[in-house]
Design a protein around this ligand. Structure first.
Ligand code: NAP
Length: 435
């Protein structure tokens, strides 16, 4: 890893003390969600645990190549290491030290490779803490098919989704009590007395808050993204037929934003009759689908979906289903966005059994940086990354996780070479340079 790091330009690894990088400026927020990106921009990175460093440096190599190809010497990224996770535990005795949080607060825009979280006890999830710290309310997950990827559906080429998952509310807010707790007993009693609602004495209780504020800020982001990136459809996914005042309200509040703030750019499904059943040129169709139906339609009518806006739990289910359509976790990126910060990350975790083996697929992390560049307005670099990855797969270069999903015949037809993590990234760099 040290050798790989040495060969990456513009890297400022942690060297025992946080000092401002020798050149470059941080991304500046001039208003909620409005960024000014300097030509020499400092972006933070957290190496992560397990396979984290392997995928982080592979992705940084690709991102550097894309920026250089797109802008020559006129723009560059200075990658500034922030120590969090296992490495921080060793250095500071704390997985999320105050010093690192202070630097993150200055930088606000960063890559986070996966961090370990123990199941059922131990320390709190740093991933969740970071999202809360910066109020990163939107978890954005693009799911795109690249020709050559293994897929369980017949026409995977139609898969090009961007999922906007609300990140702060819903049952994920963590408001729940075990069945035998004093709090659950008190709540059951309150509901019995005040509302005449009888809940069994052995029932645990969870609360599902969904607010107008929380819904409308992510709806705004999804609609803005759809309009700016000339997407076809925004579908609000919900279970509002059953949970009327949470999921149903989510749909109503999202539609309200579309109607009041994007009227000139959108058309609603019930207006299509006026246009002969077709979406008028240049408009984004806004519709809604009930969650259960939608999960199966994503398999049977895949091409009808484009941008998906969902509350937290639905968003979680639909993103994993969607990732499964195009090769799985190895190719699933994410970006957490708030009004004052952004965190790019792969969807997958630290895959501890592959640590140090140079086996895993870096695509998820590479595409997380692609998305980050897109949100920073560096579209040319983002497009080059996409094309580089696409070419690598089209030309038959795969990592083991993908090759493994193909049968023998598919492997014979599609695979030229099975590459390790760093070699796959180098191949993408090669294609970016050649493009
Ligand atoms: P995981 O690390 O995502 O790994 C599960 C499996 O997914 C791996 O064993 C491997 O499958 C496959 N996989 C994951 N990343 C891959 C990649 N880049 N390329 C190819 N295959 C990949 O999930 P986990 O084992 O449940 O969690 C391990 C640790 O990560 C836990 O501490 C968990 O809390 C943490 N985690 C962190 C984050 C985050 O930082 N955002 C997210 C999820 C989990 P095969 O075994 O089939 O090869």
């Amino acid at each position: 890893m040290e050798k790989i790091k040495r060969d990456i330009p513009n890297l400022v690894p942690y060297s025992g003390k946080y000092v401002d990088p020798p050149e470059g400026d941080y991304v500046k927020y001039v208003g909620p969600g409005v960024v000014q990106v300097p030509d020499k921009v400092v972006i933070g990175y957290i190496e992560g645990d397990g396979i984290g460093p392997e995928v982080a440096y592979a992705a940084i190599k690709v991102a550097n190549a894309a920026v250089e190809k797109a802008y020559g010497k006129s723009k560059k990224v200075i990658w500034y290491e922030i120590v969090v996770g296992e490495k921080a535990e060793k250095l500071f005795g704390n997985r999320l030290p105050d010093q690192s949080v202070e630097v993150l607060k200055k930088i606000r825009v960063f890559l986070k490779a996966p961090l370990e979280t123990p199941v059922g006890g131990g320390f709190r999830s740093i991933n969740v803490t970071l999202r809360q710290l910066f109020d990163l309310y939107a978890n954005i997950r693009p799911v795109k098919y690249f020709p050559g990827l293994p897929s369980p559906i017949k026409r995977p080429e139609v898969v090009d989704l961007v999922i906007f998952r609300e990140n702060t509310e819903d049952v994920y807010a963590g408001i729940e009590w075990p069945y035998n707790s004093a709090e659950a007993a008190k709540l059951r009693e309150f509901l019995r007395k005040e509302f005449g609602i009888n809940i069994r004495d052995d029932a645990g209780i969870g609360i599902k808050p969904i607010s107008k504020f929380g819904t409308q800020r992510i709806a705004r982001l999804a609609l803005k993204f759809a309009v700016e990136n000339k997407r076809r459809v925004v579908t609000v996914m919900h279970k509002g037929n059953i949970q009327k005042y949470t999921e149903g309200a989510f749909k109503e509040w999202a539609f309200e934003v579309a109607r009041n703030e994007f009227r000139n750019y959108v058309v609603f499904e019930d207006e299509l009759a006026q246009y002969g059943g077709k979406v008028p040129e240049g408009k984004v169709l806004v519709n809604d689908r009930i969650a259960d139906n939608m999960l199966q339609q994503l398999l049977t009518r895949t091409g009808e979906y484009d941008v998906i806006l969902a509350p937290n739990l639905n968003g979680d289910y639909v993103s994993d289903e969607a990732a499964g359509l195009v090769g799985g976790l190895g190719v699933a990126p994410g970006l957490d966005v708030g009004d004052w910060g952004m965190m790019a990350e792969p969807v997958h975790g630290t895959a501890p059994k592959y640590r140090g083996k140079n086996y895993v697929n870096p695509t998820a992390t590479i595409l997380a940086l692609e998305l980050l560049f897109r949100f920073l307005g560096w579209r040319e670099a983002a497009n080059l990354i996409l094309r580089g990855v696409e070419t690598a797969y089209r030309e038959g270069y795969f990592t083991g996780d993908l090759a493994r999903q193909m049968d023998e015949e598919e492997r014979r037809q599609r695979v030229k070479e099975i590459l390790g993590t760093q070699e796959f990234a180098d191949k993408v760099v090669e294609f970016i340079k050649k493009s």
